[in-house]
Design a protein around this ligand. Sequence first.
Ligand SMILES: C[S@@+](CC[C@H](N)C(=O)[O-])C[C@H]1O[C@@H](n2cnc3c(N)ncnc32)[C@H](O)[C@@H]1O
Length: 216
Amino acid sequence: MKSLMVDYSKNYDFAVRLFQFGLDNKNRIKALEFSGLKQGDTVLDLCCGTGLSFSAIQNIIGPKGRIIAVDKNERMIDLAKRRCDRHKWDNIKFVCCPIEDLDICESVDFVLLAYGWYDKHQAGFWLKRIKSMLASQYRLCVIDYKLPNSRWLRYLVSPFLWFEIMLLRESYGLELLSWNPEEEIRGLFGEYHYIAFFFDIIIVMSGSPRDAQNND
Ligand SMILES: C[S@@+](CC[C@H](N)C(=O)[O-])C[C@H]1O[C@@H](n2cnc3c(N)ncnc32)[C@H](O)[C@@H]1O
C-alpha cells in the first residue's frame, strides 16, 4: 500500500523520467491509445500530480478536447499549472481538492487514474464516488506499476524501483517490491482490456467501470 502523505513534488518528474528511461510520455500515449481515448474527449485526470499525463492526453484529444485535472496537493497542482502555461494550453481546468470532496457537474468521456493507486479501498471509494457523480457514460483507465512476472526481469527492475522509492522519499518503502495491484484493480471494472508493457512493469486496464452497487 502506498502512503497518501508524501510531498514528492520537487523530485517527482525527474524520478518518473529516470525510472522510465525518458520514455514516460511515449508510455502514456501508448496506454491512452490502448484505452480508447479519442479526439475531442473530456478527460477527468484524477490525482493529476504535476500534469505528466497532460501532453499525452493533449496529443490525442486535440484542441477541442478538455481536461479536468484534480489533485489535493497544492504544490503538485502549482507545477501542473506551470506546465500548462508553458505549453499555452487553454483547455485545462484545475481543481485542487481531495477526490473525497470533489463535485463535478460537467459531462466526462474518460476518467484517468495514472499512478494513483494507493489501496483498493481508497481507490474503490474514489471511483464509486466518481461514478455516482457523473451522469455520462465514460471509459475508465487505470495505469500503474507492477512487478514483472518473470523472476529475471524482477531482479533487473528491483534496483531501479528501489532507487525511485528512495528518490521520492516514499514512506511505503521496499515492501512495494512485493506489490502487485493487478487483482485489486481488476475489481473496479465491469468489462475491461488489459496490457502490461515496458519490461512488464506498467499495467493498463481500461473499460467500463463496475456498477457502484457491486463495488465493495
Ligand atoms: C504518484 S502521484 C501521480 C501523479 C500523476 N497522475 C502521474 O501520473 O504522474 C499521486 C498523486 O495523487 C495525489 N493524491 C493522493 N491522494 C489524493 C486524494 N485523496 N485526492 C486527490 N489527489 C490525491 C497526490 O497529491 C499525488 O499528486
